[in-house]
Design a protein around this ligand. Structure first.
Ligand code: DAH
Length: 355
């Protein structure tokens, strides 16, 4: 019997045995690997006398094809068996009750930040960010609040080192400085974010949120400031008319400075924004002090503008009827489920940015 026939018969028998995938792969190597039995036969072709060579070659090719087909069929067979066994073992019990579906809620502060960003972006403001850990210069000195200025004490600052060079920012105003140092005027930005002061009661938490606004260009005046804030308050509270008053105030970084109150009344135990004879303070603002502009290398004779700082948590409380600020940061899921916003089922009046 020829070698080829022996190989063929031998391996046909082997492939009939009960084999696993590794064993079949081993057979494949034994036959068709670099030094495999069939490969070796091909290498021997040259030594076969010329008159027999044609027959030898066609016979070898036939055997090669036959064995290859057998191996492929065997592998298919093994894989199908494995899948069937797996399916048999991994039956899904569709009578099991489903797992509870827990869906998160959007925190009212996040929602209000989105709403504010959306309203201001509609009138050309872009959003800037700054770090929570600030240096003393950006937080105070550059904002025209030198050492020993009484405003520094009023901020109840958390200092992070003995030299008082690093601190948790007490307001978002340092983002004004960062923005102006980084770029050239004009500037038209808002900067929402976390702020910190050592203070805690029903209306104060050590961490709270502000949004800073800054608009610097040629010929920007207090009229623009009033128009911008009036537009914002109306859009935010979704009212057509708003009673607003600008009370003279003092901030080191603005001159003149003002605090803004909005009118409200209590109707059926609920607060109604816009009308009424009561006043509620909502923000601080003013025309950016020339010293601040000089500190960031902007020429105050050429450029000027306004800035404002709004307490975000306060606005969220007013708009969504939440009366204790501390609850915002208690991480109580019952509270969040009640006051939070559904990320999928967005209320029809929701105007925040998509997230
Ligand atoms: N940074 C001030 C604060 O936290 C708020 C503020 C007032 C910001 C007036 C301003 C501004 O930009 O012009 O009390």
């Amino acid at each position: 019997m020829s070698d080829i026939k022996k190989i063929k018969d031998n391996f046909i028998l082997k492939l009939k045995e009960n084999l696993d995938l590794n064993q079949v792969n081993q057979i494949k190597t034994d036959l068709f690997g670099k030094t495999g039995l069939i490969s070796s036969q091909f290498k021997m072709m040259g030594k076969v006398p010329e008159e027999e060579r044609k027959k030898f070659a066609s016979n070898l090719n036939l055997v090669k094809d036959e064995l290859q087909n057998l191996i492929t069929a065997k592998i298919d067979d093994i894989e199908t068996k494995e899948i069937n066994q797996k399916l048999e073992k991994e039956k899904i019990d569709i009578t099991l009750p489903e797992r509870p579906f827990v869906q998160g809620k959007i925190h009212p502060v996040s929602q209000v930040i989105d709403e504010i960003s959306s309203i201001f972006s509609e009138i050309g403001f872009s959003v800037e960010e700054g770090p929570d850990v600030e240096n003393e210069y950006n937080n105070f000195t550059a904002l025209n609040t030198p050492d020993n200025h009484p405003a520094r004490d009023m901020h109840d600052t958390f200092y992070l080192d003995d030299k008082k060079e690093l601190l948790l920012r007490t307001h978002t105003s340092p983002v004004q400085i960062r923005t102006m140092l980084n770029d050239k005027p004009p500037f038209k930005i808002i900067a929402p974010g976390r702020t910190y002061r050592s203070d805690s009661d029903q209306t104060h938490t050590p961490m709270f949120h502000q949004v800073e606004g800054l608009h610097i260009d040629k010929d920007i005046n207090m009229g623009h400031l009033k128009g911008c804030l009036n537009y914002f308050i109306k859009e935010f509270f979704e009212v057509n008319k708003i009673k607003m008053r600008f009370r003279p105030s003092h901030f080191p970084f603005t001159e003149p400075s003002a605090e803004v109150d909005i009118g409200y009344e209590i109707k059926d135990g609920k607060i109604v924004i816009g009308e009424g004879d009561k006043w509620l303070e909502v923000l601080g603002c003013g025309m950016v002090h020339p010293n601040v502009l000089k500190n960031v290398k902007v020429n105050p004779d050429e450029f000027q503008g306004y800035a404002f700082g709004i307490g975000i948590d306060r606005l969220a409380m007013l708009k969504y009827g939440i009366n204790d600020l501390r609850a915002f940061f208690d991480c109580d899921y019952r509270w969040l489920n009640h006051f939070g916003f559904d990320p999928v089922d967005v209320p029809s009046n929701y105007r925040g940015l998509s997230r």
